[in-house]
Design a protein around this ligand. Structure first.
Ligand code: GAR
Length: 270
């Protein structure tokens, strides 16, 4: 991986599954010159994902990877030690080991294809933006060999409401504040080191769609700010005394930026 200490434009690969509004926000900011990054490739696990069309319209190489393709156990075994992956993985909770191995074989085979595709674009970071697939320790280990390089945006204040329904969970629980988290990806489900979080109010009378719309607009701000912090060398990765990876933002404007996010989320009240 290249030296990331000097400010420069990052090369990003973006993985999506759906509409791709986060991707679009990145593309728009990149074109407007407010994102210190270029999107070099977009990849989706769904052929019909609208995000692929967004990428094509912006002349960004766009790919579909097929998770439903039949897989040979032997091919997967050549790529990775599946039993070892099974010991390290924290997400597949299936009680039947044979089923877990078959599932891992499938995932590893597709992940190998994703890595091969991404390699040729030399991304500095891989950004998950609504990518709704489990990633195995094979994929994570390959990308993170020189330090954390996979980012995810999650629509809740982690560790609350992990999983794929962050807005629904926040709203249904009756939270008065919702939020979004950008974190590095580790081997658990939404458990990786947190880089940035921002909150928004849930107003009396809101419905889930208003909450989602408000939250998504915060997602776009926070994700692009994190990318700019990475590009500017403002993301310090450390170990705490217990050996956990912790992230500190060293931007002198940090407090100002957080205050701006809160203010923007609260006004105007629609
Ligand atoms: C976003 O809200 C993102 O935070 C969420 O999917 C949505 C994708 O929207 N991701 C997760 O829930 C991951 N667990 P988009 O396709 O319009 O960017």
């Amino acid at each position: 991986m290249r030296n990331l200490s000097a400010p420069r434009k990052l090369r990003l690969a973006v993985l999506i599954s759906g509409g791709g509004t986060n991707l679009q926000a990145m593309i728009d900011r990149s074109h407007a010159g407010t994102l210190d990054a270029e999107i070099v490739a977009v990849l989706s696990d769904r052929a019909g994902a609208f995000g692929l069309k967004r990428a094509e319209k912006a002349n960004i190489p766009a790919f579909h990877v097929d998770y439903a393709k039949p897989v040979e156990l032997k091919t997967a075994q050549r790529l990775a030690d599946l039993a070892d992956l099974d010991r390290r993985q924290k997400i597949l909770k299936n009680a039947d080991p044979a089923e877990r191995l078959a599932r891992l074989a499938k995932l590893v085979t597709v992940e190998h294809e994703i890595l091969r595709t991404l390699d040729s674009f030399r991304p500095d970071y891989v950004c998950l933006a609504g990518f709704m697939r489990l990633l195995t320790p094979y994929f994570i280990g390959r990308l993170n060999a020189g330090g954390p390089r996979i980012l995810n945006i999650h629509p809740a204040i982690l560790p609350s409401f992990p999983g794929s329904h962050g807005y629904e969970d926040t709203f249904e629980y009756g939270c008065k504040w919702g939020g979004v988290t950008v974190h590095f990806v580790d081997e658990g489900e939404d458990t990786g080191p947190i880089i940035a979080q921002a909150v928004y109010p849930v107003w009396p009378g809101d419905d889930i769609e208003r909450v989602r719309t408000r939250g998504l607009s915060i997602e776009y701000e926070v994700y692009s700010q994190v990318i700019n912090w990475l590009a500017g060398g403002y993301v310090a990765i450390q170990k705490d005394p217990n050996g956990n990876t912790r992230v500190e933002i060293t931007d002198p404007k940090y407090a100002e930026i957080l205050a701006r996010w809160v203010q923007k989320a609260c006004t105007p009240r629609e």
